[in-house]
Design a protein around this ligand. Structure first.
Ligand code: ADP
Length: 485
């Protein structure tokens, strides 16, 4: 891997508190590793609970003036930040690939996707409206105002280091909220680079505070319980989401939770198989399968399952597995050794229950947490990988015969983020879309994420939506003023 020193040098390595880049209060730093090599790229400040408290104090102090700024001013800051991100796509993509592993081409795609949230919410900032009406008895006015919910705590995962940040910061800025942003320990550099861009774009001091830390639990819990956080927006695992919901309950903190998924990907007998294979490649292989939207269970009708499996395996086998910074890399390393051993164990379990390996199936020797694109056929319904997020490039195929049966099986999970459906029968497409217990459906497509659409899940996949017209709502309160007519 080619480390680009000037790119790394330009990224701040400190906490951003009240507009100042500062060291951790105990002086500690934490290493940032390159998952393709295991090498330490650099050290960044490792925030203490005290730093967390200072960051929240700064947000609280800045809230009133920030809420009073003109919506147009907030909109223009986001628009400038959008322009700056687009100007620096290559630089930001390089930083992301180095700390997270995804191939440069995918990293560039994520940088653009991330920037689009700022463009979208720059447009939404000036569209917040209210109401003015009469009560049914005609005696009173009802005035409805929208106001920022207040200081917000934003917690993001490592798999989309930039887009998960902009998807929260964009609507918070647009709505007039100040914030404490805690990115994942594995990917602090993208978050710090983003904070530098927002500062350059004119975001006032204290509106965005960034705390990178290896001590997430210790730093976050007192903030949530302390009474000053008005909103928690979290993207991450369901397990951690439940812990944070319990802590938020204590302080009656509003929450938006984007948690795990276990996406079914259903191919009916009448599907366009070219589209289904192409869709599976995207739904499975985007981000090496390290996405909550990743196709986790591929249900394929018995009449097409042989052909679908063979074609998917052939395409998967063509992908080039290499460090993300290498030319032509299509599949980078997994995030860490724990991620890799989880995938290895899930494959061993499925194969032990009779699954056939159509391609892949064993990690290569050598440095980095690499796992090859893998397709398994005849996966037994008792296999562990059908009940947990694989978070790796493994596509388990399960054969089905009947629509009702596949719907029942697809819905037989605690999660409900996204489902993918491939069919050319319009009535079936609508019926299945309506009956899948999910927040999003990819109908003849393997990609649902878009800044203009409401992203989110049902059941244990989360609460609330990000993006779309409703994304800003998560950061707004209603206030109603009654007055006689
Ligand atoms: P993943 O499995 O994708 O790493 P996690 O849910 O562990 O997902 O992490 C998502 C985010 O939650 C990260 O920013 C991580 O640091 C943070 N996190 C993990 N544990 C806690 C905790 N106990 N309290 C607050 N944040 C946490």
């Amino acid at each position: 891997a080619t480390v680009v020193p000037s790119t790394m040098d330009s990224v701040p390595k400190k906490l951003l508190v009240a507009g100042a880049w500062t060291d951790a209060s105990d002086g500690r730093t934490m290493p940032v590793e390159n998952p393709a090599t295991g090498e330490v790229l650099c050290e960044v400040a490792d925030a203490t609970p005290e730093d967390g408290a200072r960051a929240l104090d700064a947000s609280v102090a800045a809230q009133r003036d920030w809420a009073a700024t003109a919506p147009r001013a907030r909109s223009e800051i986001l628009r400038r930040a959008y322009d700056l991100i687009i100007e620096r796509v290559d630089e930001l993509a390089t930083i992301m690939t180095l700390e997270m592993g995804k191939p440069l081409a995918e990293a560039r795609g994520e940088v653009t996707y991330a920037a689009e949230f700022f463009r979208w919410f720059s447009e939404e900032a000036v569209r917040v409206d209210g109401g003015f009406s009469a009560t049914p008895d005609g005696k009173n006015h009802v005035m409805v105002l929208r106001q920022p919910v207040g200081p917000s705590l934003l917690i993001t995962p490592w798999n989309f280091p930039l887009a998960m940040g902009t998807r929260k910061i964009g609507p918070a800025v647009a709505a007039g909220c100040t914030m404490v942003f805690k990115p994942a320990q594995q990917t602090p550099l993208s978050a710090l680079a983003l904070a530098a861009i927002l500062t350059e774009a004119g975001l006032p001091n204290g509106v965005l505070n960034v705390i990178t830390t290896s001590r997430a639990g210790e730093v976050v819990e007192p903030l949530l319980r302390g009474g000053n956080v008005r909103k928690l927006s979290f993207t991450g695992s369901t397990a951690v989401g439940k812990i944070l919901l319990a802590q938020a309950a204590d302080g009656v903190v509003r929450t938006s939770m984007e948690l795990g998924g276990n996406a079914p990907f259903i191919v009916f007998s009448d599907a366009d198989l070219d589209a289904a294979v192409a869709g599976a490649m995207v739904a499975k292989m985007r981000n090496m399968g390290e996405a909550c939207t990743a196709a986790n269970r591929l249900y394929v009708h018995s009449s097409v399952v042989e052909e679908f499996g063979a074609r998917l395996a052939a395409k998967m086998a063509e992908l080039r597995v290499a460090p993300g910074t290498e030319d032509g890399a299509q599949v980078g390393p997994l995030i860490d050794s724990a991620g890799l051993s989880k995938v290895e164990q899930l494959v061993a379990d499925a194969v032990g229950r009779g699954a056939r390996v159509l391609t892949g199936g064993a990690a290569p020797d050598g440095p980095g947490h690499f796992y090859p694109p893998t397709v398994l056929a005849d996966v037994d319904s008792g296999s562990e990988m059908l009940r947990t997020e694989i978070f790796g490039p493994v596509a388990p195929i399960i054969t089905f015969d009947d629509e009702d049966e596949v719907l029942r099986t697809a819905n037989d999970t605690d999660w409900g983020l996204v489902g993918y459906v491939f069919t050319r029968d319009l009535a079936r497409a609508l019926r299945v879309s309506e009956n899948l217990e999910v927040g999003m459906v990819g109908l003849n497509t393997g990609l649902v994420s878009n800044p203009a659409a409401p992203f989110g899940g049902v059941k244990q996949s989360g609460l609330g939506r990000e993006g779309g017209r409703v994304g800003i709502e998560e950061f707004l309160e209603y206030k109603y003023v009654a007055t006689p007519r």
